[in-house]
Design a protein around this ligand. Structure first.
Ligand code: KG4
Ligand code: ZN
Length: 359
């Protein structure tokens, strides 16, 4: 079975051809990152326009690399959310057009769950259920994944996402966007540190995150250093390291307590922040001590890409999922899934009431 994946949720345009849900024949990705850099963040209007400009060439590249034609495609899988609405609509329109003209089924996929499904595609030994940690510019989530179609949100950030915190702190330190890789690079090999920021844990049992206080603490420290002329390159490095240490420790601690409380022995880490070298070493070591297996998908499956969309789309299709051309996009992960959950619970309770009262 040949699935064509379509991903345009943020600044990456991607088309991918995947055979039987696992074998990645191609995974073409282009990005408008450079166009956003001078604005210090992704500009939605620019992102959607670039998807339109580069989409067709990206699709052609994916088909060419995979050595397949559109006639060989059996299924179209597309990201329907979360993401930037204008960007999502470009991919959705493309996928619907392909589905309609080729007369092939369409399946809409959640981008966040697809980041975790990338772990399933990469690691043949990984089994459901597993714990997922999604850490990106827009999300910080702990999710129990029971199957490609069933998951439960265990915790999320109550303010900034982890990647957002990296980007904002980088800006405070005068580093370029995106800030995560910059802070990662600056902190490498940094041993001693005169700075220490508190670990935002919230309460002992909470699996929620909060990074905005930490960002403010960095801001206050940097402002104080600027006033005394003490923000030298080496001091900047130490501040960056102390910030990164705090974020990584919280992510490790909460992930492992979620795994323990859910009785899960595997952890998949997805999203851009999973590339962080300090997080990788801290988490790998701490998880090993707790007998938890950690899967970090490879860089090509870690960044935003359409192969993970095609993979999850195929799995959902095999479980009977079919979407119509009326498929809608959604911008917000929590809002969409909590609303869907409430609607289902409401329908269930209504059904029960009706059973109770056949009249
Ligand atoms: O998943 P992603 O590529 O895009 C979305 O947000 O959907 O994640 C981008 C985020 C940015 O905030 C970026 O600064 C962060 O991931 N990031 C990193 C690293 N590489 C990317 N954060 C920390 N360390 C890194 N090495
Ligand atoms: Zn993403």
């Amino acid at each position: 079975m040949i699935t064509l994946g379509v991903e345009t949720s943020c600044d990456e345009t991607s088309f991918s051809v995947v055979r039987n849900g696992r074998e990645i024949l191609s995974n073409a990705v282009t990005s408008s990152l450079r166009e956003h850099r001078r604005f210090g963040g992704v500009v939605p209007e620019i992102a959607s326009r670039v998807h339109l400009e580069t989409g067709l060439a990206c699709l052609e590249a994916a088909l060419k690399k995979a050595k397949v034609g559109l006639k060989d495609v059996d299924l179209i899988a597309v990201t329907r959310g979360p993401g930037l609405m204008g960007s999502l609509l470009v991919g959705l329109a493309a996928a619907k057009t392909l589905s309609w003209t080729l007369d092939k089924p369409l399946v809409g996929v959640d981008h966040v769950i697809a980041h975790l499904y990338a772990g399933v595609m990469q690691d043949t030994e990984l089994r459901f259920p597993f714990l997922g940690l999604v850490i990106s510019g827009g999300h910080t989530l702990l999710v129990r994944v029971d199957s490609p179609a069933d998951f439960k949100i265990l915790g999320s950030t109550i303010d900034d996402a982890a990647g957002e915190a990296f980007d904002k702190v980088a800006k405070i330190l005068g580093l370029r966007y995106p800030g995560g890789p910059e802070i990662d690079r600056l902190s490498r090999g940094q041993k001693t540190n005169r700075f220490h920021f508190t670990r935002p844990i919230l309460s002992k049992d909470s699996l929620d995150f909060s990074f905005s206080g930490l960002k403010t603490a960095v801001y206050t420290t940097v402002e104080r250093l600027k006033k005394t002329g003490g923000l030298t390159p080496s001091v900047k490095r130490q501040v960056a390291t102390a910030f990164q240490e705090s974020v990584c420790e919280v992510l490790v601690q909460k992930s492992l307590s979620a795994a323990a409380s859910q009785g899960l022995r595997s952890l998949v880490v997805g999203g851009g922040v999973s590339a962080n070298s300090r997080l990788r070493s801290l988490l790998t070591k701490a998880a090993k001590a707790e007998h938890v297996r950690v899967v970090f998908p490879d860089a090509s499956l870690c960044q935003d890409n359409a192969a993970m969309i095609a993979g999850l789309g195929t799995a959902l299709y095999k479980r009977g999922r079919r979407d119509s051309l009326a498929l809608e996009a959604y911008a917000d992960f929590l809002q969409h899934h909590q609303l869907a959950h409430k609607t289902m619970a409401y329908r269930r309770s209504k059904k029960q009431r009706n059973y109770g009262n056949p009249a």
